[in-house]
Design a protein around this ligand. Structure first.
Ligand SMILES: Nc1ncnc2c1ncn2[C@@H]1O[C@H](COP(=O)(O)OP(=O)(O)OP(=O)(O)O)[C@@H](O)[C@H]1O
Ligand SMILES: [Mg+2]
Length: 145
């Protein structure tokens, strides 16, 4: 249990709080942590029209990729003292869908994420990503307030 924890981060305060909780859990369970940022191409229609060839999609998104790299760099700084393995990945596509697919592919046995993200509208308790991941992921999900 908790051998590999997926933490999706979007650079928001909520996602950094989620990372802190994942670290606390991971230190107890000696977990590997997978930190993932999903970049979302503006042209969603084009994304759906082409088969999801990672490289094709990526070419048109170098600006977005830079932001993704920056978010992962920030995560790396925060994880500097974590005593177990940490991996960082950028995924391209719809955030909730990519997060759920990544958890499956990488055989993560838990997901820890923030209740809200970059939109920061406090009106609802959950954002669309946290609510979809909670609803559709096949593994336990910890939503950090
Ligand atoms: N693009 C992303 N890549 C990785 N993780 C993400 C991404 N977007 C959201 N998350 C994760 O999901 C959590 C909740 O964010 P979510 O996007 O659901 O809320 P929001 O931005 O406030 O609302 P919405 O995006 O629905 O307008 C974040 O704290 C983060 O952990
Ligand atoms: Mg969001």
């Amino acid at each position: 249990m908790f051998k590999k924890i997926l933490v999706p981060v979007d650079g928001s305060e909520g996602s950094w709080r989620a990372l802190e909780h994942a670290v606390a859990l991971g230190e107890k369970f000696e977990s590997q942590i997978e930190v993932v940022n999903v970049i979302q191409p503006y042209n969603n229609a084009a994304l759906l029209a082409v088969p999801l060839d990672h490289n094709t999609v990526k070419q048109g998104n170098s600006e977005l990729e830079k932001i993704g790299d920056k978010v992962l760099e920030m995560a790396e700084e925060k994880m500097a003292k974590y005593p177990h393995k940490v991996e960082y990945s950028i995924e391209v596509g719809h955030p909730s869908e990519r997060i759920i697919a990544f958890a499956k592919k990488a055989e993560c046995d838990a997901i820890v994420l923030g209740s809200r993200g970059l939109s920061g509208i406090a009106e609802f308790f959950l954002g669309s990503v946290s609510s979809k991941v909670a609803q559709y992921a096949g593994v336990p999900v910890l939503i950090v307030k």
